[in-house]
Design a protein around this ligand. Structure first.
Ligand SMILES: NC(=O)c1ccc[n+]([C@@H]2O[C@H](COP(=O)([O-])OP(=O)(O)OC[C@H]3O[C@@H](n4cnc5c(N)ncnc54)[C@H](OP(=O)(O)O)[C@@H]3O)[C@@H](O)[C@H]2O)c1
Length: 282
């Protein structure tokens, strides 16, 4: 296993297990720098979203690499305001223009919303049939949303990107996803930095001469989870990729599991679903 390791998706495609998260990376020079550093380190997956307002900058950074399109994997996500059949189709057309691409590898519904729930997905299936999107995914979907989706979907998502870190372990949802051939991808895999001072993690890091961030990322890999840590610092992008020369014991994995305290960085998906949007935050 190394940074180029790929996970098999249920639709026949493969996805790199590790990628670079790009939320809040908007400055073109910085974005170009971290994408180049990530590429040189071996990352092949880049995670953006309409909501991040950086698809054009991500497209520029990837163009600058000067490599073949099929050598990297791009995920984007349809924002809440673009849900619905026609709006989804139009917004993805715009995303592709901004990204300067003919297709994205993975398109996600960013958050489940009760309104237009099935219409949005119908647009996803059409985009896939037209070849504009290779794989279909969801983000922030709970079991209930996936079960509901299954009542009308022709194609089920092959990846569900969820908030997942040692303070929000979600073993039941991860098991459900595995049983249904849906890959779990962790957003905020580092808990946005909030888990890095946990004494349990600091101790394990000392033992392996690794950083707390590297230990947390290794814990995700032990669970078979896909990870997309974000950093605006090239050195940290390199550090976060340097996690393939050690592994955790079962006891260490369990000790990190036990740090779970149900703390969320973002909204509870069911509330977003009911309210009809992630924003405004309360
Ligand atoms: N689907 C969704 O709803 C959703 C929501 C949120 C995020 N995401 C995706 O998931 C990606 C990752 O999540 P995230 O950005 O929220 O959080 P994260 O990756 O868990 O953490 C990023 C934070 O940790 C810091 N950091 C990174 N590497 C570090 C290291 N080695 N040592 C110490 N600190 C480090 C970063 O600071 P610096 O940048 O200053 O280094 C940043 O503050 C996002 O970028 C985005 O692509 C998706």
């Amino acid at each position: 296993m190394d940074i180029t390791t790929k996970l098999q998706l249920a639709d026949g495609y493969q996805m790199p297990q590790q990628g670079l998260g790009l939320y809040k990376v908007t400055d073109q020079d910085n974005l170009t720098e971290v994408v180049k550093t990530a590429w040189d380190t071996g990352y092949r997956l880049f995670d953006t979203a309409q909501m991040y307002q950086n698809e054009a900058e991500v497209g520029n950074a990837l163009q600058e690499l000067g490599v073949s399109r099929e050598d990297y994997f791009v995920t984007t996500k349809v924002a809440e305001s673009n849900q619905g059949y026609d709006a989804t189709l139009a917004s993805v057309e715009q995303s592709l223009k901004d990204l300067q691409m003919d297709y994205v590898d993975l398109l996600m519904v960013h958050w489940p919303l009760h309104e237009q729930f099935f219409d949005t997905w119908r647009a996803f299936e059409r985009l896939q049939a037209e070849g504009l999107v290779k794989s279909l995914g969801t983000s922030n979907f709970g079991m209930i949303h996936l079960q509901y989706l299954a009542t009308q979907a022709n194609e089920m998502p092959v990846v569900n990107q969820i908030e997942n870190h040692p303070h929000l372990v979600q073993p039941e949802l991860r098991d459900f996803l595995r049983e249904n051939n849906i890959v779990t991808q962790a957003w905020a895999p580092l808990g946005r930095g909030s888990v890095l001072e946990e004494p349990v993690i600091v101790e394990i890091a000392k033992k392996y001469h690794k950083s707390p961030a590297q230990v947390v990322l290794r814990w995700h890999l032990a669970n078979g989870t896909s990870i997309i840590p974000k950093s605006v610092h090239p050195q940290r992008v390199i550090e976060n990729g340097d996690i393939y020369d050690f592994s955790l014991t079962i006891d260490e994995i369990i000790a990190i599991d036990q740090l779970n305290n149900f703390t969320r960085i973002s909204q509870e998906p069911e509330q977003v679903y009911e309210r009809g949007g992630q924003y405004p935050h309360h």
